[in-house]
Design a protein around this ligand. Sequence first.
Ligand SMILES: O=c1ccn([C@H]2C[C@H](O)[C@@H](CO)O2)c(=O)[nH]1
Ligand SMILES: [Zn+2]
Length: 133
Amino acid sequence: MVDKEQLIIEAKKAREKAYVPYSKFKVGAALLSEDGTIYHGCNIENAAYSMCNCAERTAIFKAVSEGVRSFKALAVVADTEGPVSPCGACRQVISELLQKDTSVYLTNLQGDVAEWTVEDLLPGAFSPKDLEG
Ligand SMILES: O=c1ccn([C@H]2C[C@H](O)[C@@H](CO)O2)c(=O)[nH]1
Ligand SMILES: [Zn+2]
């Protein structure tokens, strides 16, 4: 059973793999699936800047592309003053692909941890329901 502290350790390990020649800002994520598998993600940048992919989305897309859709928890870590704050694009992806009750641990290297719900990360998110008109 993977607990919060262990998942944060895994996110820190993922952070070390970040490819960030432009921002030099390393971010790591660890996504725990319902069956106990951990999907690691780091941010991956590109000389065409808009192609940069955040750590959270790397982890989520890895899991979903393996057919995994049920998640217990997501940990994200960066070297920020307070707990790292996911960007709007990641909040949108998190809101659609993680469950409402999936725990989200936002942390930094100093050990500050903020625990969020998926719902609170993006109030009023655009959702599949909006496509029904
Ligand atoms: O929660 C976040 C915030 C930013 N980044 C990345 C995107 C870019 O590579 C770098 C600077 O924004 O950090 C993430 O991966 N996750
Ligand atoms: Zn993001």
